[in-house]
Design a protein around this ligand. Structure first.
Ligand code: ATP
Ligand code: MG
Length: 248
């Protein structure tokens, strides 16, 4: 279980997170929505301590990871898989080497074991036999899937997905959602998804939370979330320019 308590974060006087409180249930998918620039990526980066808060706690199984030293942080981060916004593949490496990278960096897995595991993950994301290609030779959707294979190669307990379907066509987007749902069922990880692809992303979500004005304004199962009378939720879902959501 991940618990975020009273998280505050500012950048050069710009208050982005103003007291975020949110629980992420173990083995479930929680999706964070919110307008562009509202701080979703900033919040996500606090969950594995890529960013440290000005105030507040991030508890992973009861341990406040904002207080850990480098060695303990390294261990905690090993429990996370991350699919960054834009996939963030290393351009100079093949897809195979990109997916193998965390295993080579962080484990003493032998090369034959690495080969087996990477090929298995590539197959799971529908990139079987594509390992020899370089990122520049892949389409946007293929890059996302390669990023997903890399995020899952360490059998992570927790996976962070930052906009896994943004910029993809609706068919591919649905395919990525199904892939996330399927791999979640296979591996049982705790998933945190940041997404603009609503309401489609609700189908794979156990919980939906909206970040607005620096706080979590509403959280609940998708149906209840969509039916919420909270004006922040309704403004966001309808895409209205007038309402309680303030631009940063
Ligand atoms: N490292 C940083 N230094 C300074 N400002 C930052 C940094 N990271 C984020 N910000 C600012 O924090 C705000 C929130 O950014 P964030 O990337 O979290 O938005 P987002 O909700 O993920 O948006 P999008 O949906 O467009 O990805 C922005 O105004 C951004 O400029
Ligand atoms: Mg973002």
């Amino acid at each position: 279980m991940i618990r975020v308590v009273d998280l505050h974060k500012s950048f050069r006087g710009q208050q982005v997170l103003k007291g975020v409180n949110l629980d992420f249930a173990t083995g479930k998918i929680t999706t964070i929505v919110g307008t562009s620039g509202c701080g979703k990526t900033v919040l996500l980066k606090h969950l594995n301590a890529l960013l440290l808060p000005d105030r507040g706690e991030v508890l992973v199984d009861g341990v406040d990871i904002t207080k850990l030293g480098q060695k303990e942080l390294y261990e905690i981060r090993g429990r996370f898989g991350v699919l960054f916004q834009g996939a963030a593949l290393l351009d100079s490496m093949t897809i195979f080497d990109n997916v193998a990278f965390p295993l080579r960096e962080k484990t003493d897995t032998t090369e034959p074991q690495i080969r087996k595991k990477v090929e298995e993950r590539l197959e799971q994301v529908g990139l079987e036999g594509m390992g020899y290609k370089y990122p520049a030779e892949l389409s946007g959707g293929m890059k996302k899937r390669a990023g997903l294979a890399r995020a899952l190669v360490m059998d992570p307990e927790i996976v962070l997905f930052d906009e896994p379907t943004t910029g993809l066509d609706p068919v591919l987007g649905t395919g990525i959602h199904e892939l996330i749902a399927r791999t979640q069922q296979t591996f049982g990880f705790t998933g945190v998804v940041v997404s603009h692809t609503i309401p489609q992303v609700f189908e794979i979500s156990d919980y939906v939370a909206i970040l607005a004005n620096g706080v979590i304004e509403e959280v609940g199962p998708p149906k209840e979330f969509q039916a919420s009378q909270n004006p922040v939720v309704q403004q966001f879902i309808r895409g209205e320019t007038e309402g309680p959501i303030q631009a940063l």
